[in-house]
Write a protein that binds this ligand. Structure first.
Ligand SMILES: Cc1cc2nc3c(=O)[nH]c(=O)nc-3n(C[C@H](O)[C@H](O)[C@H](O)COP(=O)(O)O)c2cc1C
Length: 190
């Protein structure tokens, strides 16, 4: 099974980022060749970079990333950028980063009318810097309160299609570009 990790970029109770991410996760779960590993950073005791208190949860997180073939990273737009929670996650993934050479699909969610454009630009820049393969076509959801109801149902068919398309785009990229590379490298080693 090909492992895909999803990372939730907020801990806000009732957050909308999680509602949007759930649709991407639902799409991944419908494909038998993929296994979904859903990461809620609240479940990890991540340390402030440099504090070096107890790195065991950071190591656990790094192992999950190492073992996956691709990721979906989600973030709310907070103050014109991505969330500090996602920066905290990135900074707990080692230097050099375990994200290096991993394909990543991006999701940004915003209350405002321009969507999560700035959050996604900044996140793309940092992820590219650490060596991740950031896939084109990030999903940016604007005016999110009008897009999901309280139960998490998506009220906009076009947004739901884009979310599901983000998942299938990542899976297609992994099947078409990453799996053949892994198979070829294994053959060369034999
Ligand atoms: C600290 C903070 C900063 C925010 N900054 C912005 C912003 O710059 N632009 C924007 O459109 N929405 C902003 N928002 C609203 C969020 O985009 C909104 O809460 C949205 O629902 C996504 O976040 P959520 O996943 O936590 O729900 C901000 C919210 C918080 C809590």
């Amino acid at each position: 099974m090909i492992k895909i990790v999803t990372i939730l970029g907020t801990i806000r109770p009732g957050n909308y980022t999680g509602k949007a991410l759930a649709i991407i996760e639902n799409e991944i779960e419908q494909h038998d060749d993929f296994q979904l590993i859903s990461i809620d950073p609240r479940e990890f005791k991540l340390s402030i970079p440099g504090s070096n208190i107890d790195a065991s949860d950071s190591k656990h997180l790094q192992t999950l990333i190492e073992e996956c073939t691709g990721l979906v990273i989600s973030t709310p737009e907070y103050h014109g950028s991505y969330s500090s929670l996602i920066k905290m996650v990135i900074e707990n993934l080692g230097f050099p980063s375990t994200l290096s050479a991993k394909p990543v699909a991006l999701l940004g969610v915003a209350a405002g009318q321009i969507g999560a454009i700035k959050a996604l630009e900044h996140l793309r820049s940092v992820l590219s810097h650490v060596g991740a393969i950031v896939l084109p076509g990030p999903v940016s959801i604007a005016n999110v309160q009008a897009v999901f109801d309280k139960e998490g149902n998506c009220l906009d068919d076009k947004v739901e299609k884009r979310l599901r398309g983000s998942a299938t785009g990542l899976m297609d990229y992994i099947r078409g570009s990453i799996c053949p590379k892994i198979a070829l490298e294994a053959m060369v080693r034999e």
